[in-house]
Design a protein around this ligand. Structure first.
Ligand SMILES: Cc1cc2nc3c(=O)[nH]c(=O)nc-3n(C[C@H](O)[C@H](O)[C@H](O)COP(=O)(O)OP(=O)(O)OC[C@H]3O[C@@H](n4cnc5c(N)ncnc54)[C@H](O)[C@@H]3O)c2cc1C
Length: 290
């Protein structure tokens, strides 16, 4: 196996261009090293951890910019993330154990493109974009288009994620990330639901609603029909319950050792309803109308 520790982004992407499918990027290694132990070793490993300046969280022009090498623990302990993107903070807080959070990077979580990746549904709902470097230049790839299937993104074999750009949501909005797992801690999500709600000025109707679902389709998805059912409407209990049922019908979960597809759908419905109720209460101070 060829092993490289590039010192610059340019060097890293030229290695990826040269080796193509034979190369594997490694950042924190919490996925890659497990794969190398239990699946197969790549022919070429490109360790990007020595590239300086890729771990940061900063606010700039109405967005938070997060470097791809930022550890999940940095996101969890960042006052800026907690204050400006509580939805993302929640997913970092519920992520694995302290040891894994210290090592795992947000870039690795995104590029792994696991349907159950903790930060993905929140980033999808926050309408984040991936800033990706290729040997021929940089591209901004919206999260709504980034994921192609389990383990597959628009980055392909030759792209390197440099940064995640997250537009700050409206100050009047509130979000929730709810995770259901077999075990309470140290387990990947059986279902993850991210909700972001923005009420209108009167605090009765939902001006905007976004719902992201994780672990219930080949990629993280937005529950577009459920969002549409609520947008511009009065947040009444019956409507919220109906939207939660629609969200469940938009999911296409599999049955595996963690759960049956049917049970996952039921959890989607429950968590979506709960997420909508909690977000609505957090932003308006009122319960969803009876
Ligand atoms: C015990 C344990 C518990 C876990 N619990 C959770 C959990 O609760 N929630 C969860 O979501 N995940 C969990 N994971 C999975 C893993 O920790 C995360 O996916 C993590 O974010 C991966 O980050 P990393 O830096 O370690 O990535 P790596 O393992 O280094 O890489 C992951 C993938 O991304 C690619 N990659 C990494 N960085 C880049 C980049 N900048 N550009 C292009 N490609 C890149 C790699 O080639 C690889 O395909 C767990 C893993 C373990 C071992």
């Amino acid at each position: 196996m060829d092993y490289f520790e590039p010192k610059t982004l340019r060097e890293a992407v030229s290695l990826l261009a040269r080796y193509g499918e034979k190369a594997k990027v490694i950042a924190g290694g919490t996925d890659v090293l497990v794969d190398m132990k239990f699946k197969e070793e790549p022919l070429c490993l490109v360790n990007i951890k020595r590239i300086p300046g890729m771990s940061y969280i900063r606010e700039e022009k109405g967005s938070l910019r997060i470097g791809a090498l930022t550890p999940i623990r940095e996101i969890e302990t960042s006052p800026l993330v907690r204050q400006k993107l509580p939805l993302l903070w929640e997913s970092a807080h519920q992520f694995a154990s302290l040891q894994i959070r210290n090592t795992a990077t947000i870039g690795g979580n995104v590029c792994r493109a696991s349907p159950s990746g903790e930060t993905l549904a929140p980033l999808l709902v926050l309408e984040a974009s991936a800033i990706a470097r290729f040997s021929k230049g940089e591209k901004k790839l919206p999260f709504t288009e980034l994921f192609l299937g389990p383990g597959k993104t628009l980055l392909g074999a030759k792209g390197l994620l440099r940064e995640i750009e997250v537009p700050l949501p409206s100050k009047e909005s509130r979000g929730t990330y709810l995770k259901h797992a077999v075990r309470g801690a140290m387990d990947i999500a059986m279902v993850g639901v991210a909700v972001l709600v923005t009420p209108d000025g009167g605090g009765k109707k939902a001006r905007d609603v976004r719902i992201g679902l994780g672990a219930v389709a080949p990629t993280p998805i937005r529950a577009k029909r459920a969002e549409k059912a609520l947008r511009g409407k009065t947040m009444a209990r019956a409507l919220v319950e109906e939207a939660a049922r629609i969200a469940a019908s938009e999911s296409s979960p599999i049955s595996d050792q963690r759960s049956s597809a049917e049970y996952r759908r039921w959890i989607v419905e429950t968590l979506t309803r709960r997420g909508l109720e909690q977000s609505w209460k957090a932003v308006t101070g009122k319960e969803v109308d009876g």
